[in-house]
Ligand binder design. Sequence first.
Ligand SMILES: Nc1ncnc2c1ncn2[C@@H]1O[C@H](COP(=O)(O)OP(=O)(O)OP(=O)(O)O)[C@@H](O)[C@H]1O
Length: 700
Amino acid sequence: MTTIIDLTHDGTVLDAMESTCNDLHACNPHRDVLSELSSIASTQSEVLDTAEQQKHQHLRVYLRVRPFSKDEISSNEDQGCVVLENARTVMLHAPKGSATMKSSEKGVGQAIHTFSFSQIFGPETKQADLFEGTIKSQVHDYLEGKNALVFSYGVTNAGKTHTIQGSQKDPGILPQALDVIFRHIKGRQYENMDLKPYLGSDAQYLGPDQVQQERNTKAAIFALLKEENEPPHVSGVSSHSSSTGSLSFSVSYDNTVEFVAVSGDRSQFALWVSFYEIYNESVYDLLQASPTSKTQRRTALRVCEDSAGNSYVRDLKWINVHNSEEACKILRVGNKNRSAASTKMNHSSSRSHSIFTIKLLRIDGTEVQTMSELSLCDLAGSERCGKTKTFGERLKEAGNINNSLLILGKCIAALRSNQSDRMKNGYIPFRESKLTRLFQSIFCGKGRASMIVNINQCASTYDETLHVMKFSAIAKQVVQLIPTKCLESLTPRLVGRNGKPLLKNGVIDDQALENYLSEEELLDEDEADMSILPQEDLLNVIENLRAKLLAERRKNLVQEIDIRKEMGDAMLQQLMESEELRNRQVAELKESYQEKLENTFEMYKDALKDHAYQRALERIEDDYVPLEEFIAEQEKVESNALTTRLPYHMSLVYFQLIVSLQKRIAVLNDALHEAGERFFDKTIEIETLHKKLADQVKTI
Ligand SMILES: Nc1ncnc2c1ncn2[C@@H]1O[C@H](COP(=O)(O)OP(=O)(O)OP(=O)(O)O)[C@@H](O)[C@H]1O
């Protein structure tokens, strides 16, 4: 049975994708992607019909078929599995014994698949032709300030590293790109090291101390290669030598197109490179020497976003290079550290994604005009767990590799799905893997991406190769939005030594950025992906986690009870003390009032007595009759014997005295009464306070 999957035509990818979906179903737990993958094919033709399509460009996916090695030929690997139809179409024939053939014999799936690519490069293709036919135009754009990303994808031993780095005789696309770049900026290099990439897409001014530090870092990195033989020096313009690992490159250009600088352009260029790897969803700086001790772990770096939303690897080393030889030295150091780390951790370096990035700063005077980025990403081998039968750590490792590739596929599918329906703004899971997170901006229009799919023609790895082809079929469906404005690298914002913006229109708010970074740190957990574990392991993990959770809750509860009790005791103690204090105060107050009242009362009494006495004396004085007069009067009365009573005026005096005294007594009584009442009121008030206090004590 034959199925033809012509990916250059619309609406014909469904089979390929469904087939891929079936494979994905069979080999990993992220099944929800399958529906997305299937759905994108059905909407394919609708999108391509639109006039809007003119502005878009499909992700360019190239195929490179590597030649057989002698060993492979002698071990009968050549069974005609890969047949190149033409420059864009390839046919895959399932060999006998492969899982694909067995399935097709059972009536499930097909034995022959046809795929088409942007361009296919056969086994005889020279590295220079590959560069010419693939990323040269991207490098051209890059020199004009646009971002570029190149993936090298395929199973282990398919030729991914050969494609990117190559060998001494056949340097890969990276050394060739470096050479083109340095030829372009020749004589226009910015020699000072004081302008450096900063965060995601900004540039930073460095002070003299920082420049010295940069020089030291660079020297320290190069010192790591001291014991090795120095590669031959660059000789001549058209031929350069450099090396990676044990390899050295010799790039010669017979057919390269010169990128002519615009006349009158006085720009200078600075080139900074970095080299890192993503292993088990952790990012490691390959320019950081691997710890020598077995117990020491490599430092994983964090992926963060700057205020403009561009992802970057925090604390990643960026080295200023002045020629391709220096750049290749950096590559060699990275390769060395990578293999040292992989030996120490007992894994093959092909199990990690390695990313070499070149940032090009176009500088006018001391102003950075544009900054473009070219990243070459050597993806990990796409082997599946089922075949390699990895368990435990290996399974986790394999899962993480597949997971990040799967997330890449998911993003591609989601992008495609969103593009197919303008009203749709579905979630694109860029943040679910470090790889996609780092290159999110490129997929979202801030640059152009391409993928070079590498395959071997071996019968023994046919099923894996078919899987790779199906994956690339999905990738090829992604339409990259390339609005010319967005593609242009915007002028990077310049920041000073302290990271403070220096540009007039810069919008960096240091405080906000710091807050953001710390938030980001909280969010950015380098957690292992558990979903790749087998069901039994997962159940055990869940059981363990549940037990831990319960223990944790119990501990928390006990702690909470203790804390509450302690707090309650402290509060009660405090209340009792304050109650005692208040009681004391009330008692003192009561006592002082009582004393005051008694004093006042005594005072009134004394005053009353004094007053009565004084008044009485006054009256007596008023009514004073001299004794002789009184006797004479008495005698007169007696002699007259007319009366035995007191004289009338005397009675009147006494009467008036009594009345006046009575009045005084009434006034004093009133005052006394009033004082009594006030005393009574105060007593009531004190009692009320007392009651209130008692109530409060009770409530507490
Ligand atoms: N186009 C080619 N021409 C000649 N030899 C090649 C070609 N491609 C790959 N090879 C050779 O095949 C072998 C495997 O290639 P390479 O190491 O690049 O594979 P890989 O996909 O990077 O593997 P891994 O994933 O394990 O790193 C190497 O010896 C390489 O030199």
